[in-house]
Every structure is written in structure tokens, then in C-alpha cells.
Design a protein around this ligand. Sequence first.
Ligand code: URA
Length: 232
Amino acid sequence: MRLDKYLAHAGVGTRKEVKQLIRKKHVRVNDTIVCKDDMHIKDTDTVFVDEEEVYYEQFVYLMLNKPEGVISATEDDEYETVLDCFQNVTLPKGCFPVGRLDIDTEGLVLITNDGKLAHKLLSPKHHVEKTYYVEHKKELTDENIEMLCNGSVVLDDKIVLPARLDRIDAYSSFYHIKEGRYHQVKRMFHVVNNEVTYLKRISMGPLTLDEELAIGEWRPLYEDEIEKLKAI
Ligand code: URA
């Protein structure tokens, strides 16, 4: 792979920025300062920028605690996107959020450039469970919970899959759903004449939001988290 492409993909900067770095002699391959951006990098080569080793990874897996007001898209003219939350890093090309959270929903968003894994997580075939922390306007009755969970509600002409709900207190619950329909949680609470006042995604399959991450913060996934996701 060309050196400039390698550096850009590794997140060092845009193609233009890394070309500048190379020209200004900030880049070393093994023991040699390199000035040619089209130099071919082999698997055995080690690349440094200002003495810091640059690791090239084909895929990245990042966990973001999405803030309210940010949209689950890769670019937008009006709103900040989940990719804008990654300040001071250049993400490799092709990163996108796996699944959508509404603009006013907070919590777990997985960002990756691994399309195959994303497809698996989102595919209706796999029924990956998502857990939401929900605050609601009214107390839930047993009948409401039955309705939210028993799979008899129809949304968009299709019956909703069975779900689970754990009451936390009168006005908050954990709701575990196995689909990702448009505004699903909010619409299901409307079905039972209730209203979601706050929504946060806590988990997606085996991946749970790191409680240490403040709103708007992110971290790379640990190896064991990636393994578990791939094992779905
Ligand atoms: N359900 C919703 O209603 N909103 C979300 O953001 C996610 C699930």
C-alpha cells in the first residue's frame, strides 16, 4: 500500500495532510526518513510519525456515548453527526454508526468500518437484543407491560417481535427489544398511551455502554468485546 494511503487510513490525517507531513520529513519507515508519498509499504515495515509508531488496522471498532442533539449519520449540513464527536482524531475512511438513534436519544453507538459485522448486528435475521433505559411520563400497568412485550402490536403493517421490560421505578424501565424499527421505543410507548421523556441505549447484543464514558466520550472496543460481537 502507498505510504500516504497507509497514513490516512491509519487516521493520521487526510491524504493532503499526510502528504504535507511526508514532505516536511516527519515520517520514517523503519530507519529511514521518507520524502516520497507513493513509497510502497510492506507488511514487515514499521512506520513512524515524529517517533510515534503508526499502527495500521484494517477495521476500527469504537464505542460512543452519543449526546442529545447529534444525529446518527456520517455527514449533515445542519446538525452535528456522531462522527463529529471524534475530535482530534482522523477516523479511517468508511466509518459509520451501526444503527440509528434519534437526535434526542443518548447512549451506545458503535462506530466501525467493518460492514460485515454491522450487517450482522443490524440484520433482522439475527434478532440482536438492544436494551434501552426509558423514562416515561406515566406509570406502567401490568396490561401496558404485557402489550409492550407480548408481540401483538402491529407497526408499519408488521407485528412487533416479543420484547422484555424491567421496571426500575414508577417512571423508568429497561426495555429490551430485538428489532430496530423507526422510533420503535417511542411508538410502542405511544401504543400504551404513554410518552417517553428520556431515552438512552445501554447495550446492543453483547456490547454494553461503558459507564466510565461521559456523554460525548468514546473509546476503542477491547479485544474481548470485538470477539463477542463477531461471535453473534
Ligand atoms: N427507539 C426510539 O424510539 N428511538 C431511538 O432512538 C431508538 C429506539
